[in-house]
Ligand binder design. Structure first.
Ligand code: PEP
Ligand code: MN
Length: 337
């Protein structure tokens, strides 16, 4: 349930309610919006507890949250969550662009990719050191060595870094080098990993699982939020359907739907969403038109030679062109890029 405080409630009134909740054995999550404070109550639903709280001074109303995702839901947190990313942010007026190669292949490749995406206007550089590959015979990523190269790119370019973590044992190692920690589609329901990410205080980019429903995706976010890490960015990256002409079916209806259900920022990855570089520009524009807060796009200095996901990667020239076109779309939907 949530306790909605009156407009003019003072800090002492809020403190009185939170003390009471703690005495009753509830967990408390405070959300101070522009107009009023909402107190999220974590624990079993009890009618008599609601009655006690409603009788307290400056309490407007106690609402039972019907959806299974409590902290991720808009009922609990009506305002959009805006997450700072370096000097930029995601979830507010500004749009964020994360771009870079699928995998870190070496220093030269990575530096070239990073300077190209920076010059084109991306704020965040993406590249995987730990790669979840479908085949054990495919390139598996440079792991720790890759993270060291990424660290170098970060200090030389000043770009923010997003990179994937694959298990709960490497969270701290990845968090040392990443500004945003990516959870890949295959790990969306790795609950040990999600719990570990709830303990850190860095933004987490949570990709939608290969066949995950919207509710399963939001419940995965709930694992991270319930650990106390409120910086979760959702990423729609396509889901598995019967259609083989695209790698996945990019579910753009998920964008306005998730933004209706949740206050968390939502970005779109049209590269994994389609699997084909020639489809990326159109789907990027469509994503912004649908209300996405940003994009994650694979860009490789030389896509034909990429060790992973070459066919869906843009080259630097194509990416530069796309960013120019996207600025117009952003403007037309009242966003800044
Ligand atoms: C990736 O971003 O390179 C990746 C592996 O994505 P996904 O988890 O969406 O397949
Ligand atoms: Mn990839």
């Amino acid at each position: 349930m949530i306790v909605v405080m009156k407009h003019n409630a003072a800090e002492e009134d809020v403190a009185r309610v939170t003390d009471k909740l703690e005495q009753m054995g509830y967990g408390v999550h405070l959300s101070s919006g522009e107009n009023r404070t909402i107190i999220g109550v974590i624990g079993q639903r009890r009618e008599e507890a609601a009655q006690t709280l409603e009788a307290m001074p400056q309490v407007e109303q106690v609402v039972f949250i019907t959806r299974p995702f409590k902290l991720a839901g808009r009922e609990f947190h009506p305002d959009n969550t805006v997450i700072p990313i370096g000097e930029d942010s995601v979830g507010g007026h500004e749009l964020i662009v994360m771009a870079g190669p699928c995998a870190i292949e070496g220093e030269e490749q990575l530096m070239e990719a990073a300077s190209a995406v920076k010059e084109a206007g991306a704020q965040v550089f993406r590249a995987g050191a730990y790669k979840p590959r479908t085949s054990p015979y495919s390139f598996q990523g440079l792991e720790q060595e890759g993270l060291q190269i990424l660290e170098k790119v970060r200090s030389e370019t000043g770009l923010q870094i997003v990179t994937e973590v694959m298990d709960q044992f490497t969270v701290n190692e990845v968090a040392e080098c990443a500004d945003i920690i990516q959870v890949g589609a295959r790990n969306m329901q790795n609950y040990y990993l999600l719990r570990e990410l709830g303990k850190i205080r860095k933004p987490v980019l949570l990709k939608r699982g290969l066949s995950a429903t919207i509710e399963e995706w939001l419940m995965a976010a709930e694992y991270i939020l319930s650990g106390g890490n409120y910086q979760v960015i959702l990423c729609e990256r396509g889901i598995r359907t019967f259609e083989p002409y695209t790698r996945n079916t990019l579910d753009l209806s998920a964008v306005p739907l998730v933004k209706h259900l949740s206050h968390l920022p939502v970005i779109v990855d049209p590269s994994h969403g389609t699997g084909h570089a020639h489809l990326v520009p159109a789907m990027s524009k469509a994503a912004l038109a649908a209300g996405a807060d940003g994009l994650m796009i694979e860009v490789h200095p030389n896509p034909e030679e990429a060790l992973s996901d070459g066919p869906q990667s843009l080259d630097p020239g194509q990416f530069r062109e796309l960013i120019k076109e996207l600025k117009g779309v952003a403007l037309s939907v009242g966003r800044l890029m």
